[in-house]
Design a protein around this ligand. Structure first.
Ligand SMILES: *[C@@H]1O[C@H](CO)[C@@H](O)[C@H](O)[C@H]1NC(C)=O
Ligand SMILES: *[C@@H]1O[C@H](CO)[C@@H](O)[C@H](O)[C@H]1NC(C)=O
Ligand SMILES: *[C@@H]1O[C@H](CO)[C@@H](O)[C@H](O)[C@H]1NC(C)=O
Length: 109
């Protein structure tokens, strides 16, 4: 299945999914994750789409939803989440995150 997608999707989506991965890694590196949920699960060896809390679109392999509720995350939400250009749903509730850096142009919360 991965190989099929690799062949079909490579030209159109790998670069963009890499952008999503970069944004999520930047996010992970900038928040405190005392339960090590992200540290243990968000590994470069697995597809971003299989990371906990991450949902990808069916047609275009891009991150469309992020649900990281109740993971005891602390810190400031980094602007890099704004690079998730296909994001439709973001749920960071029940954490201790500060929304200061959330790009209001992309997330008019
Ligand atoms: C995120 O996950 C929690 C727990 O599984 C759930 O209660 C909540 O509705 C989800 N949020 C969204 C936006 O789907
Ligand atoms: C949040 O996580 C804790 C354990 O980490 C659990 O006891 C609690 O029920 C969870 N709350 C929600 C709303 O999921
Ligand atoms: C992601 O966003 C950050 C901060 O907004 C920016 O500095 C960076 O260049 C972006 N990276 C990519 C790969 O788009």
């Amino acid at each position: 299945m991965w190989m099929q997608c690799f062949i079909v999707c490579f030209a159109i989506s790998v670069r963009n999914l890499s952008t999503d991965q970069f944004a999520l890694v930047q996010f992970k590196d900038r928040v405190s994750d005392p339960q090590n949920v992200l540290t243990n699960n968000w590994k470069a060896s697995t597809s971003v789409c299989n990371w906990v809390g991450v949902s990808c679109g069916v047609i275009h392999e891009r991150v469309v939803a992020l649900n990281l509720t109740n993971m005891s995350l602390t810190g400031t939400i980094p602007p890099h989440l704004g690079n998730l250009s296909f994001l439709l749903s973001l749920d960071l509730s029940s954490n201790h995150l500060v929304k200061f850096h959330l790009p209001s142009s992309i997330f008019p919360l």
